[in-house]
Design a protein around this ligand. Structure first.
Ligand SMILES: [Zn+2]
Length: 461
């Protein structure tokens, strides 16, 4: 039985995955060797050049595993456009991965992973992701006729949950963090017919994403000298490095360009707006492997401020007409900074924009409305009352003036006093005279109960 399974797995590899340390050849798409724990990879692969216009990433199927049934929503073959209007960046090439079926570069991975699930005769795909990857997988499961189940932490943002439901995914919410949800998913009974993609440990993620690099080398070849990649979990950078290897092996490229991996300063006051900061052990391992490869190939790591990144995402929308997710815009911030240091020429540099701004609408809305968290469907006045209750409950401020300051002085003092008096009238807070002029507020029992209920409803950071 085991042999039969193995032969089915062996069939789809054009070049079999091999451990970088002990040289063990693998049949299943594991990123890590089951014997020695080291990085496993495929390739390099030698493919043919064609100047036919591309319709999807599957036009590069020579570089991809060969599944008997391919599940595709026409992912990949995304456009490459120049920056026209942003000062100092004119000519910078933009690889628009936001133009994929569900607005993310992960659609390339979902296409391979769901094709693999079908080849394994799975009936259900289990995934744990609070980001676009889970939504993308749900869409591909829908088109493949597979059942999709997503295990998510309790505080997952509403817009993500709704998108998953729209694609017909069944949701299980468990734990406070992504890691807790992952542990829960692991502990769930692994019944037959269930496929768990484990995208961060799955070699198909790396293989699918390398087609991004192949698509631009196919057109620009050695004219590209720098590639700007958002670091995230490290998997995209790793894919680009593999794409370079395949392009060299195929003679589409002679001199490997410099890969610049862009990460975010973690201590910024805007960090709370950025998703996927939760790095698990697998990601640490992958990042260290990526850094080894960058070092070996004259690559570069650059850190930028998340606040700058969001401003650059908005500038890209206003001046160029591309609405991309904040993490994608990190490459624009990096391009500006490297241009100032005379380290890159935008005209021979390509920046990968990984996903659509629609997938992170709350981040932009928070920024535009200057509030910490947008609660969809809740009026700005109610959001402000909620913020006031939180400040008092957490002993961060207990009088009008302190509350006004703690909320960043973005409301008028008068409106803060009005909210306080309405909260007092409704019995949610009570006041004692602190000095002759200033009132000191505490939450009443009713106030604490109301706050608890609101916290249950609202994804509170
Ligand atoms: Zn090994």
């Amino acid at each position: 039985m085991a042999n039969k399974k193995n032969s089915r797995d062996l069939k789809f590899w054009i070049k079999k995955p091999k451990c970088s340390s002990c040289n063990r050849v693998l049949t299943s798409p594991n990123m890590w060797c089951p014997d020695c724990g080291e990085y496993v990879s495929v390739g390099p692969i030698n493919g043919h050049y064609s100047d036919n216009p591309m319709n999807s990433m599957w036009d590069l199927s020579e570089f991809l595993p060969n599944f008997s049934k391919k599940i595709s929503l026409s992912e990949g073959a995304t456009p490459i456009l120049n920056v026209k209007n942003i000062k100092n960046l004119q000519g910078l090439l933009l690889k628009l991965e936001n133009r994929n079926p569900t607005g993310t570069f992960r659609d390339r991975c979902s296409s391979l992973i769901v094709s693999h699930a079908l080849s394994k005769q799975a009936s259900t795909v289990h995934s744990v992701s609070t980001g676009s990857y889970g939504i993308s997988l749900a869409a591909y499961c829908a088109t493949a006729g597979l059942k999709s189940i997503n295990i998510l932490p309790q505080n997952t943002e509403l817009s993500k949950i709704e998108q998953l439901k729209i694609f017909g995914s069944e949701l299980i919410q468990h734990g406070e963090s992504l890691n807790e949800a992952r542990e829960y998913a692991k502990a769930m009974n692994q019944e037959q017919g269930i496929y768990i993609p484990k995208p961060k440990e799955n070699l198909l993620t790396i293989e699918a994403q390398k087609t991004i690099a192949l698509e631009f080398f196919r057109i620009y070849g050695d004219n590209i000298k720098n590639i700007l990649v958002p670091q995230g979990s490290g998997s995209l950078t790793m894919s680009i490095i593999h794409g370079i290897q395949d392009a060299i092996c195929s003679d589409w490229l002679k001199i490997p360009p410099r890969v610049i991996s862009v990460s975010l300063k973690k201590d910024s006051e805007m960090s709370y707006l950025i998703e996927s900061l939760e790095i698990d052990e697998q990601e640490k391992k992958l990042l260290s492997e990526v850094n080894k490869k960058l070092k070996k190939n004259n690559g570069l790591n650059i850190e930028i401020d998340p606040n700058q990144m969001i401003n650059d995402a908005m500038e890209l929308a206003k001046k160029e007409g591309h609405f991309i997710e904040p993490a994608s815009a990190s490459v624009i911030s990096a391009a500006k900074s490297l241009y100032e240091k005379k380290e890159i020429d935008p005209k021979n540099t390509i920046a990968i924009l990984t996903g659509s701004g629609l997938n992170a609408l709350n981040v932009f809305a928070s920024k535009i409305r200057k509030i910490k968290k947008v609660v969809w469907g809740l009026a700005p006045a109610s959001t402000c009352k909620f913020e006031i209750l939180n400040l008092i409950a957490e002993n961060k401020a207990d009088n009008g003036s302190e509350i006004w300051k703690a909320l960043g002085k973005k409301h008028t003092r008068q409106s803060i006093y009005q909210h306080l008096s309405q909260l007092e009238e409704n019995g949610l807070i009570s006041a004692k005279m602190k000095t002759k002029k200033a009132k000191k507020y505490t939450l009443t029992r009713k106030g604490f109960e109301a706050l608890d209920k609101m916290r249950e409803l609202i994804d509170l950071i």
